[in-house]
Write a protein that binds this ligand. Structure first.
Ligand code: PRP
Length: 209
């Protein structure tokens, strides 16, 4: 049985469709209920829906053999897993955003509000820029408006959230997309199945190009 952790939500549904096409189908997953675990013994798969930021925890600890996680989560938490494939979906970017007209004064410590403290720290350390991280759990966009921070480091997809809060992208930190990841020992013991799936998904992505 291959245990697969999918991020709950639209991204997970899109990715499941790709897995299904690859022959790893599990029709019961489409039933509209609140169940979180679905199994298809014929194909030897068990899927479960988890909070997107928790996928890496399941995979790293072996509760899931494989899963799908955003590159943002992989960069932030640096889990000990294999990253097998860029699924070219869930595309967005990690960016520094600030109120319109913001100018960085390098003589001052920059106050950065973010949910992604590790990514922000690494980004500014590489530039030798001194910063003060203010770790928040959501609604990051209001921090600079209220004077809690100078800038934010956050995910930008359409840019609507920034626009509606009078902020704009100041710098792009890194492009983000969903990645197929695997538990390291599962990859060894279920190598054939995982490699077959990875190859099929890669082929699907190529035909889409
Ligand atoms: C992310 C991010 C922004 C928003 C950007 O939040 O934190 O708030 O999406 O998207 P946009 O550029 O299309 O407006 P998400 O919806 O993932 O929820 P979160 O607050 O839990 O991070």
């Amino acid at each position: 049985m291959l245990n697969i952790a999918l991020p709950k939500g639209r991204l997970g549904e899109r990715v499941y469709a790709m897995f299904e096409k690859a022959g790893f189908e599990c029709p019961s997953i489409k039933e509209n209920n609140r169940k979180l675990i679905f199994e298809n013994p014929t194909c030897g798969v068990r899927y479960f829906w988890v909070k997107p930021s928790d996928v890496t925890i399941y995979v790293e600890r072996g509760a899931a053999d494989i899963g799908v996680a955003g590159k943002d989560i992989l960069l932030e938490y640096e889990p000990d897993v294999y990253e097998l494939l860029d699924l070219k979906t869930g595309i967005c970017r990690m960016a520094v955003a600030a109120p319109k007209g913001f100018r960085d004064d390098p003589r001052r410590t920059l106050k950065v509000a973010t949910k992604f403290s590790n990514i922000a720290q690494n980004y500014y350390s590489a530039q030798g820029r001194e910063i003060d991280i203010i770790h928040l759990n959501g609604s990051i966009e209001i921090a600079p408006i209220l004077g809690l921070s100078d800038v934010i480091v956050d995910i930008v997809e359409t840019g609507t959230t920034l626009k509606e809060n009078d902020l704009e992208v100041f710098e792009t930190v890194v492009p983000i997309s969903a990645r197929l990841i695997a538990n390291k020992s599962s990859y060894k013991f279920q190598e054939e199945q995982i490699k077959a799936l990875t190859a099929n998904l890669a082929a699907q992505l190529q035909t889409e190009e």
